[in-house]
Ligand binder design. Sequence first.
Ligand SMILES: [Zn+2]
Length: 488
Amino acid sequence: MSDLRESFRRQAEALGLEERLQACPLPEPILVEADALERVPAYIAGQGWRKAAIACDERTAAAAGRRLQRLLEQAGIDAFVAVIAADAAGDVVADEASLMELLLAAKPAGADVLFAAGAGTIHDLTRFAAYALGIPFVSVPTAASVDGFTSLGAPLLLRGVKTTVAAVGPAAVFAETGLLQAAPAPLTAAGFGDMLGKLTSLADWRIEHLLSGGAQGGWSAGVAALTDSALRRSIEQADRLRGGEAAGGSQAEQGGAVVSVQAEAEQGGAASGVETLAEALIESGLAMLLLGASHPASGAEHHLSHYWEMELHRAGARPLLHGAKVGVACAIIADYYRAIVAAASGKDGGAGSGEAAAAAAGTGRAAGVDAEARPGAAEGAEPASPPSRKSGLAAPTYASLPPVSAEAASRVAAAAGPAWSEIERIVGSLPSGERIRELLALAGGPGSPAELGLSDAQVERALLEADRVRPGRLTLLRAYNEELRKLG
Ligand SMILES: [Zn+2]
């Protein structure tokens, strides 16, 4: 048995975070182990809860929800499974309709505890439903797919707009390693993408601190170190996440009827790889809890991801996995930030500095004109049209990034003053976009926008507009775009 809560506490204490630990009740327990679900009934009985609602989707009801229901009923606890319906395209979306469905299932039944038995979307719905009903929720992750299992906020799509609303964190986490390993391989790869995103989110957090003279972001070196440690451990395991290389036995053997045949066939990776990733994701979530904000784990790469999510939703397109978008966006941001820093430092002669990033992406692009890429739209208006370009026809990666304006970049640098050299160092220490794509590929996930089905135009729009997704958050992307808009 390994209670991640205790190891996390020890790590945090060693980093001088005792006060934050005292102020912030962590879920208890946080189990990541082979028979985690078996431990749930004793925990529930110990809390005095008598009636449980288990939120699932079709897949996770089969993988975990119904077994959890049986385990609880065997222990004399009333339990029912609420399967959240998929939309016409087969996806469960964290929107008003799904939320209402869960509330209508749980409220009349008089549940005194809600379970989230699923991946990120089920957790987002459950944490808000529990908050709205004033009852606790317990996390049962069925995939190592996001770092939001333990978060306090629920990102929901409300009238098509990605809105993070206040909710509750889980009272406890029971992550069964067999379930995590049996999850569809794209979910695990997405979890790795969400984790890799910490490369740029940590950079952005520090940059926010520097650009605001310490006034914004609530920088904590200890919390950053916790997130960074989780990130490094998951990178070390990148090559152990892919399906078809499993070292463990069949999950179906271990878990009876737990896992579908399809899930078994897609079973992803050696036990330690997926387990390490799951632990890293949970720790990243706990680091956010300690800070009381998402800065360590969410920067410009997340804003790009949210922007695409809303754009796809408006277009009626199928949603993409959160972490898959974040991983791809992380590689883009790493390249774009390098181009901004290079342009500010006059290393690239200005207008063509987008080429530096394009070169890093393995392709070239003719020098652009700054004015081309400027968003002409006012706040809240439709995104500006991107400059026309020749399509990169199934290119292995984006053909180019928008050209960087040397003037806007220089203004960011000037405003940063002496802190700019530190920002240069932070951006310089980021892996290249190419390296990030290599890591994503190693984990079996998409690396380029094209692999996600996103066009160059969508990449450009996101770079120019996505900082508006999160108005209160300062990132290098926002600082640069604001200067660009002033010039516009
Ligand atoms: Zn994320």
